[in-house]
Design a protein around this ligand. Structure first.
Ligand code: SAH
Ligand code: SF4
Length: 347
């Protein structure tokens, strides 16, 4: 039988756990600090806990982190991990360096069921959702790497393998743990979740207490193209998505980011740019244009530099807030899901 992990719980839950085991509530906070501030590897190192509590915890919880199968470092500082979970399944985690800090890109599922035709993660169907401690484990592995240079994980993006809103509860519990002031203390405004557009979960997300950033993978200017490349659009088409996002912005006072992957000859013409600008009117959004990382299995290719710049210029003229995403780790397997697909014999 696998034990539950000590990394599955937020502060209030840890306090309940120790109380139920017959110990003091404040022990919960001590444990949280050991796990996320001192980042110890064993219960034995939690030296301000009684021996009895340490032994009790050992019997009740495991504190295993995922195993690092591969670590690739890019010349630009990007570090990509291929991690093995308890059932030998693999996911990827990436550390990206920005001027404002270090962001960790976290996977939320083993594979993905959304089946977007351009995506390496969707090549392998979802095997299962990640548990809370498996997402925490990714962040701790990244933080331990950065500990070597006295740096800290300052930002989290849930943009690795998987659809976070298809694993909503675990992803939200994970985020609440990251945010614990006595733990890693990563501010909600430094945490972003990206979704392919699952409307009921966007509505739920609007009601969360934390000010977490929301990004939407749009990738198309109209339903015809979006239906072709993103199956999810058949269930949640663009007009309904837009209405939901306007509601979200009104309710939360937060601005949504739209991600738009530029695919050569598919969605990158001048007409598409104007059509996109029209679609976005009425939202106070921000657009992130993403140069495509080719995946061997499929027919899609990256847009030319000229088309990318042209698309950008048109959106600017249309008064849309737009940026072109910087690329990371071009000399390593950069596209999310590539490393894992490779390790399992695809891509
Ligand atoms: N499932 C979520 C989050 C993970 S994907 C989502 O789709 O939003 C994170 C982002 O990477 C998405 O915008 C996705 O469309 C994009 N992406 C997928 N494959 C890519 C590739 N080969 N090159 C560049 N971006 C890609
Ligand atoms: Fe899943 Fe996102 Fe890839 Fe689509 S783009 S298959 S939702 S990981």
């Amino acid at each position: 039988m696998t034990m539950t992990s000590i990394y599955d719980w937020n502060l209030a839950q840890l306090q309940d756990i120790v109380e139920n085991l017959g110990f003091k509530k404040y022990n919960g906070e001590q444990i949280l600090r050991w796990l996320y501030q001192s980042r110890v590897d064993s219960f034995d190192e939690m030296s301000n806990l009684s021996l009895l509590l340490r032994e009790t915890l050992k019997k009740s919880f495991q504190m295993q982190l995922p195993k690092i199968l591969q670590k690739q470092k890019s010349s630009d500082g990007t570090i990509k991990f291929l991690l093995e979970l308890e059932d030998q399944r693999c996911v990827e985690t990436v550390i990206m360096r920005y001027v404002y800090g270090n962001a960790v890109c976290v996977s939320s599922q083993v594979g993905c069921n959304m089946g977007c035709s351009f995506c390496a993660s969707g090549l392998l169907k979802k095997v299962r959702d990640l548990k809370v401690h498996e997402m925490i484990g990714q962040v701790l592995i990244a933080q331990k790497e950065l500990d070597q240079t006295n740096e800290r994980v300052s930002h989290i993006v849930v943009m690795g393998i998987g659809e976070p809103f298809d694993n909503y509860e675990n992803v939200m519990n994970f985020i609440y743990i990251l945010n614990e002031a006595k733990g890693l203390a990563i501010g909600a405004r430094h945490i972003s979740v990206s979704t392919s557009g699952i409307i009921p979960k966007i509505k739920a997300f609007a009601n969360e207490k934390l000010q977490i950033n929301l990004a939407i993978s749009l990738h198309a200017p109209n339903d015809t193209i979006r239906n072709q490349i993103m199956k999810v659009n058949h269930t949640y088409p663009m007009q309904a998505l837009k209405e939901t996002l306007i509601e979200y912005e009104q309710k939360t006072n937060r601005r949504v980011t739209f991600e738009y992957l530029l695919l050569d000859g598919i969605n990158d013409s001048s007409e598409h740019a104007h059509e996109l600008a029209n679609y976005l009117r009425g939202t106070c959004c921000y657009v992130n244009l993403i140069p495509y990382n080719a995946v061997n299995e499929n027919i899609y290719r990256r847009s030319s530099e000229k088309n990318i710049n042209n698309f950008y210029d048109i959106l600017k003229k249309e008064k849309i807030n737009v940026t072109i995403r910087r690329e990371f780790g071009n000399d390593i397997d950069a596209a999310c899901g590539q490393l894992r697909a490779k390790s399992e014999g695809k891509s």
